[in-house]
Write a protein that binds this ligand. Structure first.
Ligand SMILES: Cc1ncc(C[n+]2csc(CCOP(=O)(O)OP(=O)(O)O)c2C)c(N)n1
Ligand SMILES: [Mg+2]
Length: 363
């Protein structure tokens, strides 16, 4: 098996704006993508401020720099499409429509958070939005994503499971076991590798064989793969669309590697943040490859929006993030007596599905 061909996208690869899925976009939709990327960035910048004041426990893995990946891919999700990711999960959560209040409160460990303050940054969940977390074990979400795809096929539903992971997760055994079953059972899963070039403080060069292309390993399983430039929202959407159509129409898996970059340390508490890469490298990405900056420029050039209107949207988004922080500060902590709740869904909800362990496979 080879990488995806140009036919999959059916456009001049240099101009993904003309891809089927992008040519039909109206100005409102394009502005919406900008707003969603700005929401993620402002949400996280606000969270960082309060984290540094010591108001949040646990880790805080920021997604800043990678926003186009979550927004571009999630923008293609329909009713039967599902999503699961690792601990760097704020961007995907906001992109699927989770509210800033519930997400911010979760960071503060408050009872109004999406996981009732018991999960924190790494454990956002919204099953009603087909969003299955937020997982802390590197690669741990890859067999779970496979399970989501299996359930879709089992239920004869035309959908896809989008399973995100970092470049470090491709070296986990669970991922390879998942690829094997995805190919063997022809499951509609799209593995999206967010290649931000680092696993904690370890560069790709030091951690991965075949480091020039992580997706290519899919060849070993006969799975179609592709690489996308994450700084171009049009390209992210075009290539994700091809992968999702392969899942929807043929119930087949895809591995899609998306090149991206994170500006902050692995987590905010990254003691080595300044040791494994140079400030120049970070500045270069911020100045020349920032997905929000590039999308803004593109929309202004296309005549879709003016800089003034973008500033107005940005102001609103900043206000939304500040209000969410205030909501979180004003919210109560979970009651001590609720400590045994929310550990196992089955224990909290004594249903038939719970007794047989068939939640997702039930009606
Ligand atoms: C099985 C396992 N091993 C090690 C860790 C510690 N750890 C947490 S994040 C991480 C790096 C993962 O990097 P990558 O997959 O590239 O994701 P990114 O943080 O860049 O989004 C490691 C080694 C872990 N959580 N789980
Ligand atoms: Mg990484």
């Amino acid at each position: 098996m080879t990488s995806a061909t140009d036919d999959d996208v059916a456009v001049d690869p240099a101009d993904f704006a003309q891809a089927r899925i992008n040519a039909s976009l109206n100005p409102q939709q394009k502005i919406h993508f900008l707003k969603e990327m700005l929401r993620i960035r402002r949400f996280e910048q606000t969270a960082l401020k309060y984290y540094n004041q010591g108001l949040m426990g646990g880790f805080l893995h920021l997604y800043i720099g990678q926003e186009s990946v979550a927004v571009g891919t999630v923008s293609l999700m329909g009713k039967n499409d599902h999503i699961i990711t690792a601990y760097r999960d704020h961007g995907h959560a906001l992109a699927v429509g989770m509210g800033m209040d519930e997400c911010m409160a979760e960071l503060f460990g408050k009872a109004t958070g999406c996981s009732r303050g018991k999960g924190g940054s790494m454990h956002y969940f919204a099953p009603d939005k087909n969003y299955w977390g937020g997982h802390g074990i590197v690669g741990g979400q890859t067999p779970l994503g496979l399970g989501l795809a299996y359930a879709l096929k089992y239920q004869n539903k035309k959908g896809a499971a989008l399973c995100f992971m970092g470049d470090g997760a491709v070296n986990q055994g669970a991922y390879h076991e998942s690829l094997n079953l995805a190919a063997l059972w022809k499951l509609p899963v799209v593995y999206i590798i967010e290649n931000n070039k680092y696993s904690m403080g370890t560069t790709l060069e030091r951690s991965s064989a075949m480091r020039n292309c992580l997706a290519e390993r899919a060849d070993g399983y006969g799975i179609v793969w592709d690489i996308a430039n994450g700084e171009d929202l049009y390209e992210v959407r075009a290539k994700t669309d091809s992968a999702m159509r392969r899942a929807h129409e043929h119930s087949l898996p895809t591995v899609l590697e998306i090149d991206t970059y994170r500006y902050y340390g692995h987590s905010v508490a990254d003691a080595n943040a300044k040791k494994y890469r140079s400030p120049d490298e970070i500045e270069r990405y911020k100045n020349h490859h920032d997905p929000i900056r590039l999308w803004r420029k593109r929309l202004v050039e296309e005549g879709v929006i003016t800089e003034e209107k973008i500033e107005a949207i940005d102001d609103k988004v900043k206000e939304e993030a500040s209000k969410a922080a205030q909501f979180a500060i004003d919210s109560p902590f979970p009651a001590p007596e609720s400590i045994f709740e929310d550990v196992y869904w089955e224990v909290d909800k004594q249903t038939d599905a719970g007794m047989t362990g068939r939640h997702f496979f039930g009606d």
